[in-house]
Design a protein around this ligand. Sequence first.
Ligand code: SF4
Length: 366
Amino acid sequence: YCPTGAITIRTHVDEVWDALADPDVRVVAQVAPAVRVAVGEAFGMKKGMSVMGKIAAVLHRMGFDEVYDTTFSADLTVMEESEELLERLRRKEDLPLLTSCCPAWVKFVHDQYPEYVHNISTCRSPQGMFSAVIKEYYRDPRNTGGKKTVVVSIMPCTAKKMEAVRPNSFTKGKQDTDIVITTTELIRMIRNYGIEFSTLDPEACDMPFGMGSGGGVIFGVTGGVTEAVLRRLTPVHEKAALDAIAECGVRGDEGIKEVTVPYEDMELKICIVSGLANARKVMEKVKNGEADYHLIEVMACRRGCIMGGGQPTRAGDRTKEARTKGLYNADNNMILKKSDENPLVLSLYDGLLKGKTHELLHNKES
Ligand code: SF4
């Protein structure tokens, strides 16, 4: 629910339990990056500790048939959004490119700056891309096993519930993400299930989509999308190059960060924003011709999804810092750092996505 009590957000936990109890339904979960650094603290674990393995374990025990990490589709988002940026730079049109993975920001542009709607990336969010890919996979009669597939998305965000029912993100006229629950709803489910979460042994995600890169993990923190895109745009894979990107100004919890990075024969001008009040300041500058960015990343929540409206509330500075650190540590622990290194993503382009990238990964209109 809304912490101010101004709006009541409907809970969807009962729908999830109903789906899990139905033997004719395959229930597939996807878990967003920011969720893993907020669940542990509710069960007495260290603040900001990444508990993705325990989340996979508890979801498997509850009866989820497959558990996936949304970092996989964050990698897909990076691939598509990088291409879109390069294409707009070539055309010198529809710049700055505005990121599209935060639904609250997308709605803000539609409501407050409608003249910039065509600047919004057409890419679906990682939630939208993943659900479309899962549904497409299970459209194949060889994979269905006679079951209906229900996709449950576990997000740090109440706005993701609204995003899931937006018809411009449907595939073949149908909703791809069936149920969205927040981190707090997941915590409630774990409590109701009555399992000792902190003692669970960690488990891996499932195949065929169970692998993500560090670039996908850092989507949960402000600047993460930009950092992942810059990793994608750099042709090299060496640690020194990735460290230089991390230190170019993309990190840090300031509400507005400006970064200029060399790319081929030009200087790429990027603005990274968190918080809608800051987004308004930046958009006013753009509107008045006082700024000429190529890319603007906006997350409506200050510090990004780690502080989303679906995360446990009353997070003080120590918690905010710990969640940020938790995601960067998770990135440090990943073998793959760049989205274009993810072999499952690359093989998807040669298989399931062939001729369907626009249909499955992009919104009909932004
Ligand atoms: Fe949701 Fe906030 Fe993340 Fe935007 S920044 S996607 S509103 S949690």
